[in-house]
Design a protein around this ligand. Structure first.
Ligand code: SF4
Length: 474
């Protein structure tokens, strides 16, 4: 399961804004490993450098030195299947000399097809197949005069999820959709301001968190300082998977550091699904904190029985058959010296299709584990996500197709326990109606999602949804 994209922006006259953006993107690499890009402006024109690859592969001193100026935005991208093309790298720069803008997007626009047709009829042309360019052209097409009003106009027309950084030659904007599905925060740095998907990016560049950008808010940063404009927001729907898996555990969302929230998920699992065992381990890295929480609550010893190769990222080198056969072994290495003859509780973040978990269980058994008890922080995922998470169609979701005892047998575990929804809410310690939990409940926070769900139940329609009108989602 992949979340798709990290965004960043900095307004800091006199600072090396492209270098700051590079290190912020480096800290947000977990949100997207397919391509990276930076756009910077010196107040007269916008320069862009964006390529396929990891941040460290895309940029070097030479490319960064081309990106001088006072304002920069950056983007890390993970795309859904089929849209992995150089032309879809971000940020995207649109407009002409008098109204140029660059935009970076994390989210998913549900009515992109409708808006794409409308803008095409008006004569707008598209260079990419991404919904980000639809947002960009929608802003440009606004009859309003100022940039804030143009962005507002677009927000009234857009349906879906968007956390955006936008840059003109003189202003940096941060924009969050009215549901607030994806995170976006505002920070201060010597002589300037930053906007980032996650607070961990602020920590790494020495910026201080000021606050989160509110759902439905536009923040404009210019020589006038920070100005805020708020659209009326309805219910919030923060993606609960940001807490379970996507965001880094050292990030803060809704005022809550994720690390203790993940430990609390493990503790909840220990209460809901106790078992007699010798060792507890979290599947690294996303379930490490939850493993600690389970061990503390249950009193069972914590161990690291499975080591992760932390430098496995997206690679453009095709593995040969021998390497491909190693599968999950390429990522995880179990230690028989620790696991042999032991009853092991394994805490993981989620089971989506059920393709990886049986391999992890198999690795542990091969390393000598006598019993394997899987405990899962996310409740069973029964519905697809239309909010920008590349998850699966409903047909591919194992919990939509099988009952829990069947899943236990399929993955080869001795026991299997999922967190309950109330247990997850207790662990996150925020009101239930703060979150989107649609992939567990089917209760999508905006009505149009139900339409998309009906489409998704028909696999042909899913192809229609992704393909013929040429719009893919960031
Ligand atoms: S459906 Fe699930 S993955 Fe998608 S935004 Fe909602 S909680 Fe997150």
């Amino acid at each position: 399961m992949h979340e798709s994209c990290g965004v960043f922006g900095v307004y800091a006259p006199g600072e090396d804004v492209s270098r700051l953006t590079f290190f912020a993107l480096f800290a947000l690499q977990h949100r997207g490993q397919e391509s990276a890009g930076i756009a910077a402006t010196n107040g007269k024109s916008i320069q862009l450098y964006a390529r396929m690859g990891l941040v460290s592969q895309v940029f070097n001193e030479g490319s960064l030195s081309q990106l001088g100026g006072d304002i920069a935005i950056g983007h890390n991208r993970y795309s859904t299947t089929g849209s992995s093309q150089p032309r879809n790298v971000q940020p995207i720069v649109v407009g002409d000399r008098s109204r140029a803008m660059a935009i970076a997007h994390n989210g998913n626009i549900i009515n992109a097809k409708h808006l794409y047709d409308e803008l095409s009829d008006q004569g707008y042309t598209f260079r990419t197949t991404s919904d980000t360019e639809v947002i960009a052209n929608l802003i440009l097409s606004s009859p309003e005069k100022g940039w804030v009003d143009k962005i507002r106009y677009a927000m009234h027309r857009l349906q879906g999820v968007y956390s955006l950084t936008i840059m003109t030659n003189h202003t940096l904007f941060g924009v969050r959709d009215p549901l607030g599905v994806r995170p976006l925060c505002l920070g201060a740095i010597d002589g300037g301001w930053v906007i980032a998907s996650e607070t961990c990016a602020l920590d790494h560049i020495g910026a201080t968190l000021i606050r989160e950008i509110e759902p439905g808010e536009i923040v404009a940063i210019s020589e006038n300082g920070v100005e805020s404009y708020r659209e009326e927001a309805g219910r919030r729907a923060v993606c609960v998977f940001e807490y379970i898996y996507f965001a880094r555990p050292d990030s803060v969302i809704n005022g809550r550091l994720l690390y203790p929230a993940r430990q609390a998920m493990g503790a909840q699992l220990a209460q809901e699904h106790p078992v007699e065992a010798d060792l507890v381990m979290g599947v690294p890295d996303s379930a490490t904190a939850a493993g600690i929480g389970y061990a503390r609550e249950s009193g069972i010893s914590l161990c690291e029985g499975l080591l992760k190769n932390r430098y496995v990222g997206r690679t453009f080198i095709e593995p040969d058959q021998r390497i491909r056969d190693l599968g999950v072994k390429l990522k995880f290495n179990p230690m028989p010296q620790i696991l042999d003859g032991k009853r092991v509780v394994v805490v993981d973040d989620s089971i989506v299709r059920g393709t990886t978990t049986p391999k992890v269980v198999g690795l542990l058994r091969k390393a000598g584990a006598k019993e394997v008890h899987m405990r899962i922080c996310a409740p069973p995922i029964r519905y697809p996500c239309f909010f920008g998470v590349d998850m699966a169609t409903r047909w591919e979701l194992i919990a939509a197709q099988r009952r829990i005892p069947e899943i236990r047998d399929f993955i080869g575990a001795d026991t299997l326990g999922y967190s309950s929804i109330p247990g997850l809410v207790r662990a996150v310690a925020l009101p239930r109606d703060t979150f989107c939990m649609a992939c567990f409940t089917g209760d999508y926070p905006i009505p149009v999602q139900l339409e998309m769900d009906k489409l998704a139940l028909d696999t042909d329609a899913v192809e229609t949804y992704k393909g013929p009108f040429g719009i893919e989602h960031e």
